[in-house]
Design a protein around this ligand. Structure first.
Ligand code: PBG
Length: 329
C-alpha cells in the first residue's frame, strides 16, 4: 500500500523549528570550512578592491588570522602569496626558494599556531613573469613534464617549511604521482595531498588574480591545462588519475556552478571531496548584497549548505570566518 495525501503531508515535519532541525539531512559546522588567505611581503594590510572584505596580510597578520580560525573552530587555512614583482621570472624559480614568502609564512604559523592545518598551493602563477601555472616554451605553451619537475621542488620546500596539505592547482598530468613519490622519499609521509583534480578554465578567477598580482601579467588563457567547462566525464578521469597517483582528497573548482561535478565524483569514488567557492563567486555574492538583491548571511549559509548537500567534505571559502561566526551565534 502506498501512502499518499492526505495521510502523507510532507509539510508536517516542517511546521516547527525544532522539527526542521531534527529532520535536517545535512549539517554544516565550522569544521567544514577552509579559509583561503593572501599574503603580502609589505608591512600593512592591503584590501583587495575586487574582493570587498578580503585583504592581503603581512605574515604577522596571517598568524593573527590563524588564531582567529582556531578560536572559531575552522580547522585549516589555505595560503596564497603575492610575490613581489621583482622576484617573478620566466622560470618561476622563487617558487622553490626555501625562504620565499610562502615558506616564511608557513614556518611562522607552525611556530605560533601549530594546531591549525596549513594548506599550500602548488602552481607557478604567483611566481612567473607571464602569469602561467607552469614553464612555457617559445610558443607560449605550458610544458607538462618540465613543469612537474619544478612543482616537485616547490612542494618539497613547502613540506620542509611545515605545510600539512600540499594542494597542486596547476593541472599538469602526472604531477600528483611525482609529488607523492618525492614526499615519500623525503620522509614527509604524513604530508597530505589535496589535488585540484577537476579544475576548470573559469571566468570566476579574476579577483584572485588581482589578489596574487598575476592578472595584468597573464599572457593568453589557461585552456591548454585547465578543463573545459563543457565536460564532466573528463572530470571523473582526472579524479581517477589523481587518486591512483596518491591524492588523499580531491577538489572541484569553481564551486557552485559545478555542484553536479561534486555529486558525480562523490558518487563514483566515495572519497573526500572538497570544493573551492572561488573569488568570482564571492565577488558575485557580495555584489548582489550591495545591490540590495539579497541578504548576506542567509546567502552565505545557503551556498555553504549546498556544498555539503552535494557531497562535499568541506569548502574553501573567503566567507569562512564570517560563516563560522554565524554558526557560533
Ligand atoms: C592558481 C590558482 C588559482 C586559484 C587558486 N589557485 C587561479 C588560476 O588558476 O588562475 C583561483 C582561486 C579563486 O579564484 O579564488 N593556480
Amino acid at each position: 500500500m502506498t501512502v499518499s495525501y492526505p495521510h502523507l503531508r510532507l509539510r508536517r515535519t516542517r511546521t516547527a523549528d525544532w522539527s526542521r532541525r531534527m529532520h535536517a539531512e545535512t549539517v554544516l559546522t565550522p569544521a567544514d570550512l577552509i579559509w583561503p588567505l593572501f599574503i603580502t611581503d609589505g608591512v600593512e594590510e592591503e584590501p583587495v578592491a575586487s574582493l570587498p572584505g578580503v585583504s592581503r596580510w603581512p605574515i604577522a597578520g596571517i598568524v593573527e588570522r590563524a588564531k582567529e580560525a582556531r578560536d572559531l573552530g575552522i580547522p585549516c587555512i589555505a595560503l596564497f602569496p603575492n610575490t613581489p614583482h621583482a622576484l617573478r621570472s620566466d622560470d618561476g624559480r622563487e617558487a622553490f626558494n626555501p625562504d620565499n614568502l610562502m615558506c616564511r609564512a608557513v614556518r611562522a604559523l607552525k611556530d605560533a599556531v601549530p594546531e591549525v592545518g596549513v594548506l599550500t598551493d602548488v602552481a607557478l602563477d604567483p611566481y612567473t613573469s607571464h602569469g602561467h601555472d607552469g614553464l612555457i616554451d617559445a610558443a607560449g605553451y605550458v610544458m607538462n613534464d618540465a613543469t612537474s619537475e619544478v612543482l616537485v621542488r616547490q612542494a618539497l620546500v613547502q613540506a620542509e617549511a611545515g605545510a600539512d596539505i600540499i594542494a597542486p592547482s596547476d593541472m599538469m598530468d602526472g604531477r600528483i604521482g611525482a609529488i607523492r613519490a618525492a614526499l615519500e622519499s623525503d620522509s614527509h609521509i604524513n604530508v597530505q595531498i589535496m589535488a585540484y583534480a577537476a579544475k576548470y578554465a573559469s571566468a570566476f578567477y579574476g579577483p584572485f588574480r588581482d589578489a596574487v598580482g598575476s592578472r595584468g601579467l597573464l599572457q593568453g588563457d589557461k585552456k591548454t591545462y585547465q578543463m573545459n567547462p563543457a565536460n564532466s566525464e573528463e572530470a571523473l578521469r582526472e579524479v581517477e588519475l589523481d587518486l591512483a597517483e596518491g591524492a588523499d582528497s580531491v577538489m572541484v573548482k569553481p564551486g557552485l556552478p559545478y555542484l553536479d561535478i561534486v555529486a558525480r565524483v562523490k558518487q563514483a569514488f566515495a572519497v573526500p571531496v572538497f570544493a573551492y567557492q572561488v573569488s568570482g563567486e564571492y565577488a558575485m555574492l557580495e555584489a548582489s548584497v550591495a545591490a540590495g538583491a539579497g541578504e548576506r548571511d542567509a546567502l552565505v549559509m545557503e551556498t555553504l549548505m549546498a556544498f555539503k548537500r552535494a557531497g562535499c567534505s568541506g569548502v574553501l571559502t573567503y566567507h569562512a570566518a564570517h560563516a563560522a561566526r554565524l554558526m557560533g551565534a
